[in-house]
Design a protein around this ligand. Structure first.
Ligand code: SF4
Length: 321
């Protein structure tokens, strides 16, 4: 690090492409989730959903990874790329869904279910959870591969699905399973309002509604498509001159407009606002990214006693899809 020029450098944040180039020259890989704003997406070497970023981290063989996303995503990158220094623009960028499932509570509930059912249920965790929770689970899934992961488990085996009750409910409906669901939810996807969505559909009768499986059932039922973000991206790329009402974090629209500009995108309405932005993702700013790159920190680590178990459940997912 060039300490003598650090303060001067930090006064002026360069354009995104110059940040990317600066990082490339220093062997730093910048990964950004699709829910990050346009500036951070442009600065990144790779933008994707949780599954794509997990795969990228595993294959990268990078010395340093700057992860623009939330904390559990950076932990996932560390678990899949153990020799890399993984750091984030803002250490406080968490996730309401991950916070809704604490490892101690999960451990007690698993014990309770094992006694009640007379056998240990398989615990499937949506990737939006802490490394401590991943370490207690048998296998991880993302919204992009959840169906395949659940289908890989024998039908007569009881399953506990954590932490998202809406994604779990959608899987139960579409796969005909009766998984036991943890009572967690994403505060962003819970904010979508069915009343205002119906009004919007009436205003745009030709529009197709896409919603994320993290949305509550009334929103999913009012949608033409229920898809993870990668599935949404595939759909809009294959569509021409179509209008889409988008029921997921509103920054996703930046990516749609970039990769499929032929369509029109309208953010699905929240209960009290026209857009839905994740307050945790918003904590990452261009200034914080630029500072983090200079300092290669704050660094995200996973405690040694959790590492192997958390990594095992992630690797099991990658073996399936
Ligand atoms: S959008 Fe929801 S699930 Fe994703 S990071 Fe934000 S709070 Fe968590």
């Amino acid at each position: 690090m060039e300490n003598d020029t650090l303060d001067l450098d930090l006064l002026q944040v360069p354009e995104p492409f110059a940040i990317r180039e600066w990082a490339t020259e220093r062997g730093i890989l910048i990964l950004a989730h699709s829910y990050q704003d346009g500036f951070l997406q442009e600065a990144a070497h790779f933008v994707g959903d949780s599954l794509e970023l997990a795969r990228k981290a595993a294959a990268a063989n990078a010395k340093s990874i700057c992860f623009c996303g939330v904390h559990f995503m950076a932990e996932t990158a560390k678990l899949l790329s153990p020799s890399a220094r993984v750091f984030v623009p803002d250490m406080d960028a968490g996730c309401s869904l991950a916070d809704s499932c604490k490892a101690d509570d999960l451990k007690k509930y698993q014990h309770h279910l094992t006694e009640k059912l007379g056998k240990r249920p398989t615990t499937v965790a949506y990737v939006n959870c802490s490394a401590a929770v991943k370490a207690l689970c048998d296998i991880i899934c993302t919204s992009g591969n959840a169906r395949e992961v659940v289908e890989s488990i024998p039908e007569n085996q009881p399953i506990l699905f954590v932490p998202d009750k809406h994604l779990g409910g959608w899987l139960n409906e579409t796969l005909g399973r009766e998984m036991i669901l943890w009572n967690g939810a994403c505060e962003v996807h819970e904010l979508f309002s069915i009343e205002t969505l119906n009004e919007m559909k009436a205003q745009h009768p030709d529009a197709k509604v896409m919603s994320h499986p993290e949305c509550p059932k009334p929103i999913r039922d009012a949608s033409d498509y229920v898809l993870g973000t990668a599935g949404m991206l595939r759909l809009v790329k294959e569509s021409n001159n179509q209008t889409f009402i988008v029921g997921t974090e509103a920054n996703m629209i930046y990516r749609f407009e970039k990769e499929a500009p032929q369509n029109t995108y309208i953010p699905a309405p929240g209960a009290s606002c026209a857009c839905n932005l994740c307050p945790y993702m918003q904590m990452n700013t261009p200034e914080k990214l630029w500072k983090a790159l200079h300092e290669q920190g704050p660094e995200v680590d996973v405690p040694a006693e959790l590492f192997d178990d958390a990594q095992r459940s992630l690797l099991r997912m990658l073996e399936i899809v």
